[in-house]
Design a protein around this ligand. Structure first.
Ligand code: DX5
Ligand code: ZN
Length: 217
């Protein structure tokens, strides 16, 4: 059964608390927080203060996906704000190894993220260091986009590398996940699925979380 991390990018920004509590009660495994700077991606969203505000209202793992240039400037502050896991794009920094080390030094779990156009060869050297790898299954920046089917081969290739080397990291996927695409990514080796519009775009988000789990049972 896949782990589910609802993305609050599709939640109600004017009143996040009920939306966070609802997915926690529904059995979500983490809360995915999309941080965007208007530079790395053409959109703006949350910052550290939102993470700090959410921290006391939930015991869910806070999975912070940083879509910002030079994340080394902020990872320590995100950890201090209460992020349990911090994801940084390999395309966003000249020093991915160093940024991942900084995240761990700050006491959080470290995740490396790859855009659809970035090959796995770009992250091979940091795989022994990370707790999670995030394979983007849409171009980052917006919720509600279509799943990019060619990414399934990339998930499969990463799962193979994981097995060959005995790595323990989780494989997360993000973008266009619904009750159909979740099966495909789970079969390819994904262990955590982010879902934004599929969960929060529904009248019954709780049911949608169950649907993702049942589809991979
Ligand atoms: C896109 C974000 C995603 C987004 C996914 O840049 O990283 O986390 O919220 O949204 P859906 O599930 O609607 O594709
Ligand atoms: Zn995300």
């Amino acid at each position: 059964m896949i782990k589910v991390a609802p993305s609050i990018l599709s939640a109600n920004f004017a009143n996040l608390q009920p939306d966070v509590e609802l997915v926690e009660r529904a059995g979500a495994d983490a809360l995915h927080i999309d941080v965007m700077d208007g530079q790395f991606v053409p959109n703006l969203s949350f910052g550290m203060s939102t993470v700090a505000a959410i921290r006391p209202i939930t015991s869910l793992t806070l999975d912070c996906h940083l879509m910002i240039v030079e994340p080394e400037r902020f990872v320590t502050q995100f950890a201090q704000a209460g992020a349990d896991l911090i994801g940084v794009h390999v395309e966003s920094t000249r020093h991915i190894y160093h940024v991942l080390q900084l995240i761990k030094q700050a006491g959080a779990k470290a995740e490396v993220v790859v855009n659809p156009g970035t090959p796995l060869s770009m992250i091979e050297e940091v795989l022994p260091l990370v707790d999670q790898v995030l394979i983007m299954t849409v171009n980052p920046g917006f919720g509600g986009q279509h799943f990019l089917t060619p990414m399934v081969d990339k998930i499969r290739a990463l799962a193979q590398l994981k097995q060959q080397h005995g790595y323990q990291f989780e494989i997360e996927v993000d973008g266009g996940i619904n009750d159909q695409t979740v099966k495909t990514v789970y079969d390819a080796g994904a262990t955590v699925a982010v879902a934004g519009s599929y969960v929060y775009g529904s009248d019954d988000p709780s049911q949608r979380i169950q649907d993702l789990k049942v589809a991979t049972n």
